[in-house]
Design a protein around this ligand. Structure first.
Ligand SMILES: Nc1nc2c(ncn2[C@@H]2O[C@H](COP(=O)(O)OP(=O)(O)O)[C@@H](O)[C@H]2O)c(=O)[nH]1
Ligand SMILES: [Mg+2]
Length: 270
């Protein structure tokens, strides 16, 4: 199969009112990783986000995809819908990234390259070399406290559990039972990492510098922070009762091999 017909990587961008960011972020992602496909999952933004994507699709028919949902249904279900579609389409690697430039696309080539050594690569603010920039001290405190709280309760080593800039081999998402994930917001990010860790997959943290959003407003709310605080207890309960799903594949399966070959075929830095 020629390399160009292999669907190697899909970047999923959930959007709700990101008209000021969506075109620049797509362009910036392609400036760093020109071969990736992009899927925007838009929840009927009232500011014309989806229309801007449709206009861009005219020039990028095969590489740019749009999923439109009827209303603001939440970040977690947006990712689940995007991932489910991507797994059906046969993508080998999946990326989670926000539309607002908090997650630097310049790290993407490096994070994708690390998929060769670990099946999950976490963009991490809380390992050496990572950090936050221009962030309100209160948000920083909530984020740090949230990661510490979740790590302690769940007994995980990952330092940035709530972060939303992550890269996954498809096999991981296929095996952790996405259809039963009910969390939203920050607890969605915690739950995916928890499930992957419980299934025996290695989670590798890659340092990133997280910046405050460039344009528009945050959609996160107190309710979502609160949700994360109580959901981790549900996850711990599942863990105690041995209900976590999925099994680590001891040997590299065919899909992982194809991904490695495909990443190796790409010109540097991937
Ligand atoms: N599709 C969809 N995207 C959402 C929703 N809520 C937030 N987002 C997107 O998820 C990303 C992160 O949200 P943001 O408001 O920046 O969260 P924060 O960084 O924690 O303040 C952004 O790209 C948002 O547009 C939602 O309900 N549906
Ligand atoms: Mg943001």
């Amino acid at each position: 199969m020629p390399a160009s017909s292999v669907k190697s990587c899909l970047v999923v961008i959930p959007t709700y009112n990101e008209a000021q960011n969506i075109v620049p972020i797509i362009r910036d992602i392609w400036a760093h990783v020109p071969h990736v496909h992009i899927l925007v999952v838009d929840d009927n933004s009232q500011d014309g986000t989806a229309q801007l994507v449709r206009e861009m699709q005219i020039e990028h028919t095969t590489q740019l995809h749009l999923m439109e949902r009827s209303g603001k249904l939440g970040l977690g279900t947006a990712y689940i819908a995007g991932f489910t579609w991507a797994l059906e389409e046969g993508y080998l690697a999946l990326v989670e990234i926000d539309a607002d430039f908090s997650h630097p696309p310049s790290e993407l080539p490096h994070m994708l390259a690390k998929l060769n050594v670990a099946p999950v690569v976490i963009g991490s603010r809380y390992v050496e070399g990572g950090g936050t920039e221009n962030w309100h001290p209160l948000r920083k405190l909530i984020s740090l406290a949230g990661s510490f709280y979740a790590r302690t309760i769940l007994g995980m080593k990952v330092r940035d559990l709530t972060g939303g800039y992550n890269v996954w081999r498809a096999e991981v998402l296929r095996s952790i039972g996405l259809e039963s994930v009910r969390s939203e917001g920050y607890s969605f990010q915690i739950e995916l990492k928890f499930r992957a860790g419980r299934a025996g997959y290695r989670l590798l943290e890659h340092p990133i510098l997280f910046s405050e959003r460039r344009e528009g407003q945050s959609k996160m709310s107190g309710r979502i922070v609160l949700e994360a605080f109580y959901r981790v207890w549900g996850l711990r309960w599942q863990q105690r009762r041995g209900k976590a799903r999925g099994h680590r594949q001891e040997s590299e399966d065919k899909e992982a091999e194809t991904l490695q070959r495909h990443l190796a075929e790409r010109s540097s830095p991937i």
